[in-house]
Design a protein around this ligand. Structure first.
Ligand code: SAM
Length: 237
């Protein structure tokens, strides 16, 4: 199974470098399941000040990331072959959901562009970006943290990364439901007991209990998931 390759293009590369060294993403790189390259956007600027932003045409507040360094970097990342996806992390993009993560986890090469200030020049979005993804309806200062979110979501799905692959399959959203409650020892904590069924050893009853919990939790907390149009759309793609 070939490793996935991820390029992250960032104006503040240090924001992503250290977090990528830890936990599941760090171990996945050590084990060769994924290679991740972080690119400093300033390295692709050609003027002596290494300028990557400029004033917006039409005036108004906030700078805009210039097209030339960004496109030079995107092209360098694809010098050998086109990437499967060039993702711009942006609050006005498609809200990130598990079906999109599942689909992208099958790609060999994903490029992620982190914006800053007012964002990136629209012409880069129009002509070089293939996917625009938002990690939620709020605005962060830069796309580095959203890129880390997407990297983590993707990498944990790569074959061999999680010790027990079934763990990811039973997580929330994988089949349109939230996950069941989880308990560990002690069986009684400050007077609060673990549900008896989980200690019964009867796996059919445990599965049934978990299914009931998942459906009930989803119905009360996220009824929208029971009618997940995005998942259906992606299955058709
Ligand atoms: N002017 C943009 C807007 O209102 O849609 C916001 C720009 S934001 C201050 C700077 C950068 O942070 C964006 O270019 C994007 O890369 C990143 N960003 C901020 N919030 C995000 C979110 N919810 N999801 C993904 N990226 C986000």
């Amino acid at each position: 199974m070939p490793a996935m390759h991820i390029d992250i293009i960032a104006a503040i590369p240090d924001l992503v470098r250290e977090p990528l060294q830890h936990s599941i993403v760090g171990r996945a790189q050590e084990a060769g399941h994924v290679t991740i390259e972080v690119h400093d956007l300033r390295d692709y600027a050609t003027d002596k000040h290494r300028q990557i932003d400029d004033y917006p045409f039409g005036g108004g507040a906030g700078m805009v990331l210039k097209p030339e360094p960004l496109v030079r970097c995107i092209e360098a990342c694809q010098s050998e072959a086109p990437a499967d996806a060039v993702v711009y992390l942006t609050p006005d993009g498609e809200p990130l959901k598990q079906p999109r993560v599942n689909q992208m986890s099958m790609h060999d090469h994903v490029i992620m562009v982190a914006g800053h200030y007012k964002g990136i020049d629209q012409r880069v979005r129009d002509h070089y970006v293939t996917h625009e993804i938002s990690i939620g309806d709020y605005v962060l200062s830069g796309g580095e943290l959203p890129a880390l979110v997407l990297v983590d979501a993707l990498v944990r799905l790569l074959p061999g990364v999680l010790g027990d692959a079934s763990s990811a399959l039973t997580d929330s959203f994988q089949d349109g439901l939230l996950d069941a409650p989880a308990y560990t020892r002690p069986a009684v904590f400050r007077g609060h007991r673990v549900p008896d069924v989980l200690r019964s050893g009867n796996h059919a009853r445990i599965d049934e209990w978990r299914d009931t919990q998942r459906i009930e939790k989803t119905r009360t907390r996220r009824p929208d998931l029971l009618d997940n149009e995005l998942g259906d759309e992606l299955e058709d793609e």
